[in-house]
Every structure is written in C-alpha cells, then in structure tokens.
Design a protein around this ligand. Structure first.
Ligand SMILES: [Zn+2]
Length: 154
C-alpha cells in the first residue's frame, strides 16, 4: 500500500496532478500536468511511447524527453508502478492499491487483479517463517477474454 508522509493511504481519489508533483518533489508545469493527467486515466498499462502519444493530444508541443523525465520522477517516488515484463518495453500503472497483473499471452493486454476480499499475500502463499510481504509485484500469464474488464476499467 502506498502512503503519503503522514501515513494516509494514497487512493485514486487522492492521486491528482497537484498531489503527484508535490510528492515527487517537483514543481507543476503544463507538461507535467498533461503527463500526469494521461497517467491517471490510463489503466491499460501504457508504455512511455503510448503515454507520449496521449500527452501530445493534450499538449501538442510536449517532447518525448519531458514525458520520460516526468514518468521517471513519479516512478522513482513509487507514485506509479513501473512494470517490467519479459517481452517488451516498460509499462506503467497508476493503480497504487495492492494488486497483481495478468497478461494475455496472445495480445499482451495487461489487467489489474486484486486479492479476494479479506485475503492478504500471507493467506495465499506458503511463506517461510518470518517472511513479511510489504508489496506485490507478481504477474500472471494466461488468457483474458476480449470483453473482460478489470475493476478499474469499468
Ligand atoms: Zn496495474
């Protein structure tokens, strides 16, 4: 779970461009606002190139370098998740709730899935004595029906 410095949970509701730049320790610019707005609306796990294409629609003059820098500063502060899959460029996820990813084998589509209500990683995995899970970055592979929507895409 991501928290702000006071220990308050970061949720989709609290994650705004103003909040994100403050947490990342950078100042607000039109460019950063555009990149963050794109990110906060992108639950399809876009690549940096896709984020750049979308940010250009909001702010035509934005440069790829600016987009990369902004994404990197947000990822470094763990305000967004940077995902490394074995078969392609990094992808980015604005969902800061604990979740794992399922990737479709054929289309490389990625969706978020939460643990079932009331379960923690400790309930699901055989963890050796003393091991405590602080965050999850697992991903699963399989088939995702075309019409399947994860909770945050609805
Ligand atoms: Zn995700």
């Amino acid at each position: 779970m991501q928290t702000d410095p006071t220990g308050k949970k970061i949720t989709r509701r609290t994650a705004t461009p103003a909040f994100m730049v403050r947490k990342a320790g950078v100042r607000m610019t039109r460019q950063r606002r555009a990149v963050i707005e794109v990110l906060l609306q992108s639950y399809d796990h876009p690549t940096a190139a896709q984020i750049y294409e979308r940010a250009k629609e909001l702010l035509p003059g934005i440069s790829l370098a600016t987009v990369y820098n902004c994404i990197e500063s947000l990822a470094a502060q763990r305000l967004i998740n940077q995902l490394h899959f074995d078969n392609g460029p990094c992808r980015f996820c604005p969902n800061v709730e604990p979740h794992v990813h399922v990737m479709d084998d054929d289309t490389n589509r990625v969706i978020d899935v939460q643990l079932k209500e009331g379960l923690s990683p400790e309930d699901v995995f055989e963890l050796p004595e003393g091991v405590h899970i602080k965050s999850m970055e697992a991903y699963l592979r399989g088939e995702i029906p075309e019409n399947c929507m994860s909770e945050n895409e609805k």
